[in-house]
Ligand binder design. Structure first.
Ligand code: HPA
Length: 257
């Protein structure tokens, strides 16, 4: 089954015909909310709002372990995530969509692994943090609906919830980050630990701190307006991605490096 994890600006899917809702408990605590099951066209999908349905959980408060565990426990094989980000690279201005292919994790003190305590020491391969099949699915869906999406880019993940300083953004740029967000980690690595196919669609809602239209500070009202428009495009891409996913043979609906 396909799961969609919606982030800031995406707490529900209007084109999802809801069939039922399920509260799932996990050994790691409670997920951000109930799982919403439904149909988009002929496909069954499960939706989870990362920050809770009322957008009450900050990036550092999200129980990423419970979220990913809950999805896997109900039979999810692929997670299509959505992240709102700030643009660092020149081509990542407000409104631009991208399917990142790399991550730099600057977060700290988040519960980020299932492999601790009684579990054996385990190191996952994370050379390529996103499932390439899932990335290609996003790109194919965007192409099919005629929406421009950048095909790659490094997503730097900060701890938040505060936004970055100018110097931090300058460092992100030097490190090669094209965009900065707060929530793809540890989501992506937890998905890998459970062998799930995982990719994200990033929507730039502002120039990162100190850059372009944010040179004198980030204007949050402007960013919200960009988010609203951009999320409509995201929903269109997601609907097509769900269709394409359900047309794939079962052997291709899971992780592939
Ligand atoms: N920084 C970090 N996360 C974000 C930003 C940003 O500028 N915009 C949206 N999410």
């Amino acid at each position: 089954m396909l799961a969609i994890i919606g982030g800031t600006g995406l707490t529900n899917l209007p084109n999802l015909e809801i069939t039922n809702k399920e509260v799932v408990r996990t050994p790691y605590g409670d997920p951000s909310g109930y799982l919403t099951y439904g149909r988009i066209g002929d496909a069954t999908v499960v939706f989870l709002a990362r920050h809770g349905y009322g957008h009450t959980l900050s990036p550092h408060e999200v129980n990423y372990r419970a979220n990913i565990w809950a999805l896997q426990s109900v039979g999810v094989t692929r997670v299509m995530a959505v992240n709102a980000v700030g643009g660092v690279a020149e081509n990542m201005g407000p409104g631009v969509l991208a399917v990142p292919d790399q991550v730099i994790d600057y977060t700290c003190a988040r519960k980020h692994t299932y492999f601790e305590g009684d579990s054996p020491v385990t190191h996952i391969d994370f050379t390529d943090p996103y499932c390439n099949r899932a990335r290609l699915l996003y790109l194919a869906a965007a192409k099919a609906v005629g929406i421009d999406v950048l095909e790659s880019g490094t997503l730097g993940v900060t701890q938040g919830p505060r936004l970055e300083t100018r110097a931090e953004v300058a460092r992100l740029a030097r490190d090669g980050c094209a965009m900065v967000g707060m929530t793809t980690m540890p989501e992506a690595s937890l998905a890998r630990e459970l062998d799930l196919s995982y990719a994200t669609l990033a929507l730039s809602m502002n120039h990162a701190a100190g850059l372009g239209s944010s040179s004198q500070g980030i204007k949050l009202a402007d960013a919200d307006a960009v988010l609203k428009v951009g999320m409509e495009k995201v929903k269109t891409i997601l609907a097509r991605a769900v269709e394409l996913h359900s047309a794939m043979p079962a052997s291709e609906r899971g992780f592939k490096s």
